[in-house]
Design a protein around this ligand. Structure first.
Ligand SMILES: [Fe+2]
Ligand SMILES: [Fe+2]
Length: 214
């Protein structure tokens, strides 16, 4: 797919974004899920200005627009998760070490490496939001999981398209990073995943099965 096609897909998604669910009906979330969603909310809200600048420097205007819309979607994920937390009577959080490390790493590098780092989170997010969608007993939480997962399923092939043809050692290193991040998330978010009916081991196995670069 070309950048024009990606730009169109993101524009179409923006156009057809459904209106918000009724937050006023409130949400009942287990404590472990609240803590986990707070950390993912923070991760989704990471500033994308650096990525947009790098995309603009490629000289491909359609790609730059697609990246801007991608960043807007990630911000919307942060907003949806914040609304869900508020519906459950829980606050958002300001900082967590996993996020600080992630943001610092991304600032220091060029576009492709930033995408590689970003893709680690995107691949882990796929399994996480699938668990949230399928395992939540709370209808608002299941709906938020469904909406975010639908976007993430577009994000992964979008970035993969930019990362074609990387040398094998880079792809192996990337898979190693995915494995490490998956273990960290499985440990850190294990209780929430369990509440959604996903064991730590299954989370790690499924995430690694989906983590492939062409
Ligand atoms: Fe996201
Ligand atoms: Fe994403």
């Amino acid at each position: 797919m070309t950048s024009v096609t990606w730009r169109t897909r993101f524009e179409q998604a923006a156009l057809h974004r459904p209106s918000d669910p009724d937050w006023t009906r409130g949400a009942r979330l287990p404590r472990a899920v609240v803590r986990s969603v707070q950390r993912f909310q923070l991760g989704e809200s990471s500033d994308g200005a650096g990525l947009v600048r790098k995309a603009e420097r490629t000289g491909d205007a359609d790609y730059a627009v697609a990246v801007k819309l991608f960043v807007a979607e990630e911000r919307d994920h942060a907003r949806l998760l914040a609304e869900l937390l508020h519906a459950a009577g829980a606050p958002t959080i300001d900082a967590h070490w996993t996020d600080t490390v992630f943001v610092r790493m991304r600032r220091l590098v060029g576009l492709r490496v930033e995408l590689l780092v970003l893709m680690v989170a995107e691949v882990v997010a796929l399994r996480y939001y699938r668990a949230m969608r399928d395992g939540s007993t709370d209808p608002l939480a299941a709906e938020v999981g469904r909406r975010i997962l639908a976007d993430e399923q577009r994000h992964v092939p979008f970035h993969v398209a930019q990362l074609r043809g990387l040398p094998a050692p880079v792809r192996w290193a990337w898979r190693g990073a995915v494995a490490a991040a998956t273990v960290v998330v499985a440990l850190d978010h294990g209780p929430a995943l369990r509440a959604w009916g996903v064991a730590r081991r299954a989370f790690i196995r499924d995430t690694l099965a989906e983590a492939h670069l062409p």
